[in-house]
Design a protein around this ligand. Structure first.
Ligand code: MN
Length: 290
């Protein structure tokens, strides 16, 4: 029997990354029944890693870290200085993840999170491959894995589909680089919720579950039944993390990068508890022990 671990993104609870904010997110994630807290590293310098690690350990929660880059620190750029800044940010983020006790750093590790006004260039793509190859090699020495989160066309020009992500991972050529599917982005770019899962197969390393408008699960039109059937079909045993964003909880930077302009909910802990039940029901319907 499969028992996937379930996670929740910290921005469901708080937009800050200081010790009190992290403690609150840990407490509320645990209360809602989750196994994992996902922390975005967009504001990593503000995180007290020792305090956060001890709060996570006390609560018995695992940590996953995620991030995107920035237009002035972007490994998909043609400008070597901008690429170098992006590479520094990635190596620093890998260390922070390790210090927090995490083994997975994922997200848009290959570009800024935002609308590009042009297609990815050949030079930019080759910069992505070389920086991520080096990062994956460093990650391996720490027993860590990298995730390539596939994002929609309005948030990156590097990889928008599972097929493109697999090609990029092949070009990187390191077996600790896995694919990260997100239902919110899949809804925009993929044919359906089955083909990408079957295509990625055992190279699937992480999953984000978000509605089409990033609000309450079940309040939109996404076909989660098909998605969870496909995950069961490939015997996916990895983690599944709930993501939702509302203008009720604001991060000064990440909310703007993700274009969170609307209020879709007010109470993050009620939302998280609902999502946990919703995900458990989907897993159980597919023979999972959860
Ligand atoms: Mn996501």
């Amino acid at each position: 029997m499969i028992t996937n671990k379930l996670g929740v993104h910290a921005l469901v609870f708080t937009g800050g990354t200081g010790p009190d904010d992290v403690a609150l997110a840990v407490n509320q994630a645990q209360t809602a029944g989750y196994d994992i807290l996902e922390l975005s590293l967009h504001d990593a310098k503000n995180i007290d890693t020792a305090a956060a690690k001890s709060a996570l350990t006390d609560a018995g929660l695992d940590i996953v870290c995620s991030r995107g880059l920035a237009f002035d620190a972007d490994i998909s750029s043609d400008d070597p200085a901008v690429v170098a800044k992006g590479a520094d940010l990635l190596h620093y983020s890998l260390q922070v993840t390790h210090d927090l006790g995490g083994t997975l750093l994922t997200g848009a590790l290959y570009s800024a999170l935002g609308k590009y006004g042009h297609a990815l260039t050949a030079t930019g793509r080759s910069n992505v491959v070389s920086v991520l190859t080096e990062l994956a090699q460093e990650a391996r020495t720490k027993g860590m894995t990298l995730g390539l989160e596939i994002c929609n066309r309005y948030e990156t020009n590097v990889i928008n589909t599972a097929s493109e992500a697999l090609t990029l991972a092949d070009d990187i050529g390191e077996d600790n680089v896995l694919i990260h599917l997100d239902s919110y982005h899949m809804n925009i770019e993929e044919d359906n919720f089955v083909r990408p899962v079957l295509l990625v197969g055992d190279r699937l390393g992480y999953v984000h579950i978000g509605e089409n408008h990033r609000g309450y699960l079940g309040s939109g039109h996404l076909d989660f039944t098909s998605f969870f059937q496909a995950l069961a079909e490939i015997n996916y045993t990895g983690s599944i993390t709930f993501e939702s964003f509302s203008s009720a909880i604001v991060s000064p930077t990440l909310s703007n990068d993700l274009a969170i302009w609307r209020n879709l909910w007010n109470d993050g802990s009620a939302l998280a508890a609902h999502a946990h039940g919703y995900l458990c029901a989907l897993l159980k319907a597919n023979g999972n022990d959860k």
